[in-house]
Design a protein around this ligand. Sequence first.
Ligand SMILES: C[S@@+](CC[C@H](N)C(=O)[O-])C[C@H]1O[C@@H](n2cnc3c(N)ncnc32)[C@H](O)[C@@H]1O
Length: 316
Amino acid sequence: MKITIRRSFVQNIPHIPVLYREVVEAFETIKDGIIIDCTMGYAGHSSMILEANPNIKLIAIDQDQTAIDFSTKRLEPFKERVEIKKGRFSSVIKEILQEYDISEIKGVLADIGVSSLQLDQKDRGFSYESENLDMRMDKDAPLTAATVVNEYSSAELEKILLEYGELRNYKKIVSVIMANRPFHSAKELSDAVKPHMPKGKKIHPATLLMQAIRIEVNDELGELKSLLQSLADAKLPKAKIAIISFHSLEDRIVKQVFSSWTKSCICPPEAMRCVCSNDYALGKILTKKPLMAKEDELKENARSRSAKMRIFQMDI
Ligand SMILES: C[S@@+](CC[C@H](N)C(=O)[O-])C[C@H]1O[C@@H](n2cnc3c(N)ncnc32)[C@H](O)[C@@H]1O
C-alpha cells in the first residue's frame, strides 16, 4: 500500500524521524486500542501514527523534558487521544502495563538512542565539540559523563570502551584518560584521545569513545533489555512490537530476544523429551531481515543510514 506522509511531519522539525514510512506501514492495520511510543522525542513517529490511525489512543514516553515540552505542543491537535509520560521507558512501561487492560495494547514502538537535537545542542554534551561533559538524556538523572570519565576506575572504563565502543586499542585510550583527567568538557577529552583513536574516513575519531560513554550514562542496553523483558512477561495477546536501533549491540539484543520469543519449547538441550508443556512461543517475527532506509530516505536524512527496524507480532 502507498503511504502518504504530510511534508510538515518531516520538515522544519528538530529531528527527522527515521524509517517513518515503514513505521506507519507497520502499525496501519491497527484500527483501535492503544499504541505506545516508548521514545516520543520530537513526536515525528507519534504524530504520523496518530494521523494514520484515527481511532487509536497513543501513550508517548520520553525522559527528556525538552522533548516533552516540544512534543506536548506538537501533539496538541491530537490531544484527546494522547497521553504523555515522562521517565525512562523501562519503568514507565511497567506502570502502563499495570494501569491498562493488556488486551487493549496493540502496538509498541521504540526508536532507541539519541535524537538529532540532543546531538546538535552543544550544551547537552553529546558532541565531541561540547564545552561540558554531560550526555544525560534526562537532565535530572544522577550519572553524568563527567562522573564516568573522571571517577570510574581504569578497569571500569576499559570494560565500557571495549563493550560499548568496540574499540580495539581501549587499553591505550584508558591510559591516556587516566593520565590526563580530570576533564571538564567533551572537547578537552576528544582532543586528548584524538591522536590515539582509529582514523575513520567518515566519522570523527572520538565518535566511538563518545558513544561508549553515552551508552553507559543512559544505561541504554539495560533499558532495552528491561523493556523487552517487561513486554515478554506481560504476554500482550496481540501486540505488534517494532524496535529501531542504531548500534550493532542493540540490534543483536533485539534479534536474539525476538528469536527466543518464537521458541515454543524451553526444555534444556540435553532433555530426552519435552516436559515444559511446549507452549512458550509468544508469536512470530515479521522481519526476517531488519528493515533499513531506502535510497530516497538516505538522501533526505543521512542519519538514517545505520537505523535497523525489527518487528515482532505477539499472538498468544
Ligand atoms: C531517536 S529519538 C526518537 C525520535 C522520535 N521517534 C521522533 O520521531 O521524533 C530517541 C528519544 O528517545 C528518548 N529516549 C531514549 N532512551 C530512552 C529511555 N530509556 N526512556 C525514555 N526515553 C528515552 C530520548 O530522550 C530521545 O528523545
